[in-house]
Design a protein around this ligand. Structure first.
Ligand code: LFR
Length: 480
């Protein structure tokens, strides 16, 4: 029977990939056409994305992908490029881990208190929210010259097609959108002096987003017309769309550089308790709410591996599995771990100041990180259920972290719930499925998820051990 190919461009914090999804009647296959590194650059002015090399990776990937029905792009959230009046990029996009936003939130809160900001946008505090980045950028000469702001996937889409737009799921991470209306929060922008005409018009997942330019067709060897389809361009939104869940009583954890842990809801939770617990209400597919908390994720381990000159990972994880459990834990939700560098030392410091044994060997530090992540997953899953009054029976883990069996098992143990792990390439799959749906091959979200459960069966982890040990570990951390 007929099979249609779609190209999914999926950019993560440490690598980018172009995947080809083949969708048929009841079939779904994903293969990797091209993978390339994403290496941020430390310049005198700060930490920047190497966006031109990412664009080159996208073009190389589209060439490797071969003939496709359409192209979709997703990436990390909040970051953007600025264009001048001629549509040319002004400078390298600033990395969300750059230090320019230090102390900025407090300035914003002096105009609009944090409580009001949350009531209007439902977005959790993170120093790198686009709103704070824009506030930090406002006094620069570059910003003065800017006529347009494009979020990262929209910027790459613009270079591929010549057309500009602002995709909705990613726009919801700017902290300038009202999650109840799915439109900009005009009043908030006015109070904060942010000119919303910087943004290109909003578009929704599934909307057409232009055709590959002749120059792009020539460079990739593709034969036109090849449309670009707006997908859920925030990678986490694409990943949540690809959670192979049945029914509604599930929590999810999208694991990779970050852990994004929470629920899919039909309405935002904008209560003061929710703000205090630092839960965000980002937009998902079809007007759903991604009610979740950002947890530092495997970034903690990635940064240690870098410091340790990339040791053999399977051997390290095996040693970590044998290391004593829950000896010391850190708060994996703490933004103190946001910046790069000195991660083993910073973790040791956190253990020392909280009066716990200081992990020393790479195996001990790795165990501390994975226990801490599982503990943070437990807290987020429990808090989300309580704050949203939405109980769950199962935790789905998707993304790169599903390859880490120890993390999946510890998460099941900590949550006291079965974990269903996989698919690893959830963001790319969600990207492909939204394109296939726009193409008429699939129906609603449940239809997409049925195809996933059939074609990407997850691995099951049953909870083990005594939940009391996790409660005890939890009490060793100061509550946020
Ligand atoms: C994950 C992610 C998170 C977002 C963070 C920064 O890749 O998109 O959802 O909070 O990156 O953009």
């Amino acid at each position: 029977s007929a099979v249609t190919s779609y190209a999914a461009v999926d950019l993560g914090a440490s690598s980018g990939r172009v995947m080809v999804g083949r969708v048929g009647r009841g079939t779904l296959e994903l293969t990797e056409a091209h993978r390339f590194r994403n290496r941020p650059v430390h310049l005198p002015e700060g930490l920047r994305w190497d966006i031109l090399s990412l664009y080159t990776g996208v073009l190389d990937g589209l060439r490797a992908a071969g003939p496709v029905r359409s192209v979709g792009i997703d990436s990390w959230a909040v970051d953007y490029g600025l264009l001048d009046a001629d549509g040319a990029l002004l400078g390298n996009p600033v990395h969300y881990r750059d230090t320019r936003t230090e102390g900025i939130a407090e300035k914003v809160w002096a105009t609009v208190p944090a409580q009001e900001l949350y009531a209007a946008t439902g977005v959790q505090y993170a120093p790198f929210n686009t709103l704070y980045q824009l506030t930090a950028a406002r006094s620069t000469t570059e910003f003065a010259r800017a006529g347009r702001l494009l979020l990262i996937p929209d910027l790459l889409g613009y270079w591929l097609t010549g057309e500009q737009g602002t995709e909705l799921t990613n726009a919801s991470t700017t902290q300038l959108l009202d999650p109840r209306t799915g439109d900009w929060s005009y009043g908030l922008a006015r109070r904060l002096g942010i000119d919303l005409s910087l943004f290109a018009p909003l578009r929704r997942p599934g909307d057409p987003a232009g055709l590959l330019r002749p120059g792009v067709l020539a460079r990739t060897g593709l034969t036109g017309p090849v449309p670009v389809t707006a997908v859920a361009s925030h990678d986490t939104a694409s990943a949540v769309a690809a959670v192979p869940a049945v029914g509604e009583r599930f929590a999810y954890i999208c694991t990779g550089t970050w852990s994004l842990a929470g629920l899919e809801l039909l309405a935002p939770v904008l209560t003061e308790a929710s703000r205090a617990a630092n839960f965000t209400n980002e937009l998902g597919l079809d007007g759903t709410i991604r009610y979740l908390r950002n947890i530092m994720g495997l970034w903690l381990l990635q940064e240690c591996l870098r410091e340790w000159d990339d040791p053999d990972l399977p051997a390290l994880l095996a040693a970590a599995a044998d290391a004593p459990a829950l000896r010391s834990v850190v708060d994996a939700g703490d933004t103190a771990f946001l910046a790069p560098g000195r991660m083993p030392a910073r973790i040791a410091e956190a253990c020392r100041t909280s009066g716990q044994p200081v992990p020393d060997s790479p195996a001990e530090i790795t165990r501390c990180i994975l226990d801490s992540l599982a503990l943070a997953h437990r807290r987020a899953v429990a808090d989300a259920q309580r704050l949203a009054d939405h109980p769950v029976d199962v935790v789905h883990i998707v993304g790169g972290g599903t390859r880490n069996a120890l993390l999946c098992q510890l998460t099941a143990d900590a949550c006291g719930l079965p974990v269903l792990a996989g698919p690893a390439e959830a963001a790319a799959l969600g990207n492909v499925l939204v394109q296939a749906r726009a193409d008429g091959l699939l129906g609603d979200r449940a239809d997409m998820r049925r195809l996933l459960t059939r074609t990407q069966p997850p691995t099951r982890y049953e909870p083990r051990g005594d939940p009391a040990s996790w409660r005890a570990a939890e009490s060793r951390l100061a509550t946020p």
